[in-house]
Design a protein around this ligand. Structure first.
Ligand code: 87F
Length: 485
């Protein structure tokens, strides 16, 4: 049959795998950790890409494309950048039957691919700022449990790599990009995120500081890094000798940023909004926002009903909506309802003989199953309002659920209890790396250790004398902790 065999609140992992397959987003592939992205997924990716690409073009950031292959010499340019990641690098060692003289790496990220050329292209201050982005795939040969969209050996992303004459310019862009990532999540995917700064332990080791938008999955009680915007400082400029002559003729190193979001965003959206009937797509990213289904009746004028469906689709498409009609004559209306609910289409319009007679249509919302009959006279206006309401309802519901998972803890006992309750935990912390490592050790287990997720830019009041939840030392900041993906 059509329905899901797994329930979201019973066995989340199986539910998730079933929903992305039954919703026709993913097809499993014969190489572990690799997934086929079907059109239903690519349409969502392209809608986000259209928004983000237009926004970075407004910032005078240009798209480019660098090779997927990296020579070992540049990849291993800087030990501390690559050491932790080396096991994840995939290598090409042969062509045909012959071994390659020197193995070639597949890009896991493109700093080392691009920056030797940044060094060549940047001579004087007039060459700055250099702001490039690329839409591409990257490969990281991960070993922990692969999960469609969330953790795969190959994924699609955009990676921005910018170089400035001053730190101020870099600092400003880091936050501009982070705001775009917040908009991707909150305005398109209807997912609340926290903007903040990563700890020294969790940041990108090759950079100066890392900012991120952090989401949360209530069903598993795990935080998930939604997207990152790093200030690299002058670390890579030093490594790759990217310097320039400023106005006064002095030599200086550039200040750089790098930032990315990936197809992981889509997995977060499925996890947050999906239910036991399948996917639930926010209208802003739904490739089909409205599905029109004819409800023919034995002696009714079936052709007239089909024509009404087609003209309804035409009217909605002319007004900027993404609508389709399911006129297949080999499936019943009931079958079609389940099918498009599984695929998460936000709005269904049913047209039967009664609707025809009353010049109305029956509208059903996917998120809360509400049904309403609306006159065909101002259909476009009503559909616009209903889709906007669905978008807002999905965000409000996700935010309410996420906020209900937030727990403030001031002592170790409160922290440990909250962790067991799968909470997102906000604590006063002394900001000492040793303490962070100690918490990881103390919370190690088959569920994974607790770690810092981010220090939110929005800091609650921290009264004088507040002590760190873990070390008892004077607390310096409020920080979100939890288990994570
Ligand atoms: O996040 C971003 C944003 C986009 C550009 N890259 C940065 C940092 C990537 C960090 N990283 C992550 N996995 C890796 C895996 C293998 C080799 C190197 C790396 C690596 O440098």
């Amino acid at each position: 049959g059509l329905g899901l065999t797994n329930k979201k609140d019973d066995n989340f992992g199986e539910w998730y795998s079933e929903v992305v397959v039954n919703g026709e987003m993913i097809e499993y592939y014969d190489i572990s950790g690799c997934y086929i992205l079907r059109p239903w997924t690519m349409a969502i990716w392209e809608i986000m890409q259209t928004f983000f690409d237009a926004e970075i073009k407004k910032m005078k950031i240009k798209n480019c494309y660098f090779p997927v292959f990296v020579s070992p010499s540049v990849l291993e340019k800087e030990k501390d950048h690559i050491e932790g990641f080396a096991p994840e690098v995939a290598w090409v060692t042969k062509s045909g039957k012959n071994d390659l003289e020197v193995p070639i790496a597949i890009r896991p990220t493109s700093e080392t691919v691009m920056y030797p050329y940044y060094s060549k292209w940047i001579r004087g201050h007039r060459d700055l700022p250099l702001k490039l982005n690329q839409w591409c795939n990257v490969v990281r040969w991960e070993f922990s449990n692969p999960t469609p969209f969330i953790r795969s050996r190959e994924f699609l992303w955009q990676e921005g790599h910018t170089a400035f004459a001053t730190k101020d310019e870099a600092d400003e862009e880091v936050l501009q990009i982070l705001e775009l990532y917040r908009r991707i999540y909150e305005e398109f995917l209807a997912i609340p995120v926290v903007k903040g700064k990563k700890s020294e332990l969790e940041k990108f080791a090759g950079g100066l500081y890392t900012t991120s938008v952090e989401a949360f999955i209530p069903n598993t009680g795990r935080g998930i890094q939604g997207a990152t915007s790093h200030c690299l400082g002058q670390n890579f400029a030093k490594m790759f000798e990217i310097n320039f002559e400023n106005e006064k003729g002095e030599k200086g190193m550039v200040w750089q940023n790098s930032w990315a979001y990936s197809t992981r965003t889509i997995g977060v959206m499925v996890m947050v909004h999906g239910d036991d009937k399948g996917l639930v797509l926010p209208p802003k990213v739904a490739s089909v926002q409205v599905i029109v289904v004819p409800v023919p009746y034995k002696d009714a004028d079936t052709q007239a009903i089909f024509d009404a469906c087609s003209s309804t689709v035409k009217l909605l498409n002319e007004n900027g909506f993404r609508a389709e009609a399911d006129l297949r004559d080999n499936y019943s209306p009931g079958w079609k309802y389940s099918h498009w609910e599984m695929k998460g289409v936000p709005l269904r319009i049913e047209i039967g003989p009664k609707d025809m007679a009353n010049n109305q249509v029956r509208v059903v919302c996917r998120d809360n199953s509400s049904k309403v009959d609306i006159p065909t006279s101002n259909l476009v206006e009503q559909v616009k309002d209903i889709l906007d309401n669905i978008q807002q309802r999905l965000f409000d519901a996700a935010k309410q659920k996420r906020d209900a998972c937030i727990k403030v803890a001031k002592t170790w006992e409160e922290f440990a209890a909250a962790l067991n309750e799968k909470k997102l935990i906000l604590v006063p912390w002394c900001d000492e790396e040793e303490v962070e490592k100690d918490v990881k050790t103390r919370t190690k287990g088959d569920m994974g250790a607790a770690k810092t997720l981010c220090t939110p830019f929005e800091q609650p009041e921290l009264p004088e004398g507040t002590l760190c939840f873990a070390s008892g030392k004077p607390a310096k900041k409020w920080t979100y902790w939890g288990r994570s993906y």
